[in-house]
Ligand binder design. Structure first.
Ligand code: FMN
Length: 283
């Protein structure tokens, strides 16, 4: 587990005594390099397991951020916990679980001497990732000779978009919830997707049946919105699930943690796999 997780989860626990939902600001950039920021609801760690270090929120695939993230998955997310006076700023890469288009986060298995691809993954980038992972695997063997097999033979996820010359390798350890020695299966990604849907209120589920976000508001759409809000639109509440409901997984590479209470600021940087560097800096 990453060293920032305990402070983060204790802030959430404290905040949850007062608030039903934890909100945060999620920012990414579009194809023109323009930043976009908006409030979203934190839906827990991936697989409800804080040791993944991966944060999750949900969205409608018709919203702008969906296509923007497919194009460029870099993000910054900012949480402020009023009751503990702590701010967490995360950056990394955002991967989408998309049932309709069968997009699941890229996962390969890193082993001692070869890369075994997750054969069930249909992501086209996986070969490129495997090559990149191979380099990282070599580095790992050179640098961490003391690692046991079980340390090295872990599941990894790789971000294509980050230049490894500027940044350290971005390979994410990720364990299957059911079999910790293999990567998450497609079924497990699907289960995660379903679990997030089932946790939503009926009102929120019905919002996935609303007219296309940001489309012009006509009289017809106004009537539809009104009937959806009164629950009399005649659609099945689960209609939006397959097509529009998406889960966004935030794979964290750096955390800028500011504790206003004791005036401490710490930068956590992921060096490799689940190794993190922790540096206290001036606030
Ligand atoms: C309190 C609050 C919570 C929100 N939670 C979410 C959320 O969890 N997911 C989401 O996609 N949008 C959420 N929204 C809506 C977003 O702020 C934003 O308007 C929407 O996602 C469209 O953004 P986009 O077009 O840039 O993708 C929330 C808005 C508010 C005010």
């Amino acid at each position: 587990m990453a060293p920032w997780v305990p402070a983060f989860t204790s802030s959430i626990t404290r905040e949850s005594d007062h608030l039903k939902f934890i909100y945060f600001s999620f920012a990414n950039i579009d194809a023109n390099g323009l930043p976009h920021v908006r409030n979203v609801v934190f839906r827990n760690f991936l697989f409800d397991d804080k040791s993944t270090n991966v944060l999750v929120f949900v969205t409608d695939g018709r919203m702008q951020k969906f296509n923007q993230l497919l194009n460029n998955d870099k993000f910054e997310a900012c949480f402020y916990f009023h009751h503990s006076r702590r701010q967490f700023r995360f950056n990394g890469f955002a991967k989408i679980i998309d049932l309709k288009n069968q997009i699941y986060p890229n996962v390969a298995v890193l082993s001692h001497d070869n890369i075994k691809l997750d054969s069930k993954s249909n992501n086209k980038n996986i070969h490129k990732n495997a090559i990149n992972n191979n380099n990282i695997n070599n580095n790992n063997n050179n640098n961490n000779n003391n690692n046991s097999d079980s340390d090295i033979n872990k599941n990894t996820i790789k971000n294509d978009n980050i230049d490894s010359k500027i940044n350290p390798p971005f390979v994410y350890l990720l364990y299957s919830p059911s079999v910790p020695s293999v990567p998450p299966t497609i079924d497990e990604w699907k289960k995660e997707h379903l679990q997030r849907w089932e946790n939503l209120s009926l009102k929120l589920k019905s919002s996935f049946n609303k007219p296309f976000p940001r489309s012009s508001l006509t009289n017809e759409k106004r009537k539809l919105l009104d009937s959806i809000s009164r629950g009399v639109d005649g659609n099945d509440i689960n209609d939006g699930y397959n097509d529009n409901f998406k889960v966004i997984c935030l794979f964290i590479n750096e955390v800028d943690y500011l504790n206003e209470e004791n005036e401490r600021r710490v930068i956590y940087t992921r060096l490799n796999f689940d190794q993190w560097q922790e540096e206290e800096v001036c606030p």
